[in-house]
Design a protein around this ligand. Sequence first.
Ligand code: ASP
Ligand code: MG
Length: 431
Amino acid sequence: MALIVQKYGGDALGDKGKGRVRSPDDPLFGAQFIPEKYKHIARIVKRTREKGHQVVVTVSAMGDATDRMLAMAHSLMDKPPVRELDMLMTTGEQQSIALMALALEAAGVPARSFTGLQVGILTENLFGKARIREISTEKLSSALDEGYTPVVAGFQGTTEESELTTLGRGGSDITAVALAAAINADTCEFYKDVDGIFTTDPRICPSARKIERISFDEMLELASLGAGVLQSRSVEFAKNYDVTLHVRSYLHDEPGTLVVPEEPEMEDVVVSGVAFNRGEAKITLLGVPDRPGVAAEVFGRLGAAGILVDMIIQDIARDDDLNDISFTVSRADYDQALELAEKLREELKGSRVVGDPSIAKVSAVGVGMRSHADVASRMFKALGEAKINIQMISTSEIKISCVIDESQLEDAVRAIHVAFESDKRFVGNKD
Ligand code: ASP
Ligand code: MG
């Protein structure tokens, strides 16, 4: 018998609408309750219990309920106070837990719903993105002992002063992992509309395949690079507390992908996945003075404006005491960053600013890179043969990223995947 935390997200519970409804004036606003979805989840929970396991369920708000509530708040006032936003947003999960408990009861599974406050999910005193400090396990343990399936509201907690807080968007993933750590669960399962984590996006590369086991670090790189299946902080949490994650489909009972502590054999695999990020932009400051403090000034100013910089390249091969500095930002920040770069050029008496708002980043990820020296050259060769120009390169211990023109992104993903997929050391090829 195992103790399992099961997390069901907004899409498992309702209709995400994929950006369809964002305004309270929309006639579809609020139309999101799909009873069949709750009944379906109840059947999965029941099936798990019938296998002899104990289950703790945690849920998000259904569909895009959280976005809708934010839209409501913003229709009343420009900058709503975060305390009230948290008060509002936590009602999304509170609806889900009650409805989920009802669906379970109706399916013959004794269930009890709990808010974050009731279960004792104590957070720091920060609205909108609080971190969990502590979870008391008494309520959950006694519910389990009495044969109930606890249904816990994701995404929310409470401060010592009983203020309601939320954990940041996508935060019910964190609730799930934190609960699993607190009650020492065997696995924390995430039920999704995908079969698991794939070596790359199968819509781009048909030969992509499901990964059976992956390390926390690889998952973090794949997640933050755009394969956004789990909230990054939840994966960090799982790594720190050694919680085994299982990303699987709610559409069938096949196993998905296990995210686990790194195992020695994992280093045998050269590349575990090809991740990518669209929607980036590049800015180059040409001919700025080559003296101490210039980079600090440039990136200090960008940071102060709240612009996150990803890659940075400064060339050093000039003999005129001038440097070129290139950096990438997300496309949403492009206009603001370009304006700032123009100002900096004037102040630093640089020669020119060049911007490109349509670049993308493609990355090969794998812990095996630590012990295989040829990964970079094979990746560059694959891109070269596909006639894809590499504009910038950055590397970390388990990742190599290249900036390329966005129009070539899909070709790049395929070229790199194909270059490694037949390798007997590619994920899934080892028996
Ligand atoms: N309902 C919250 C959100 O939309 C939390 C979550 O879905 O994980 O961000
Ligand atoms: Mg979510």
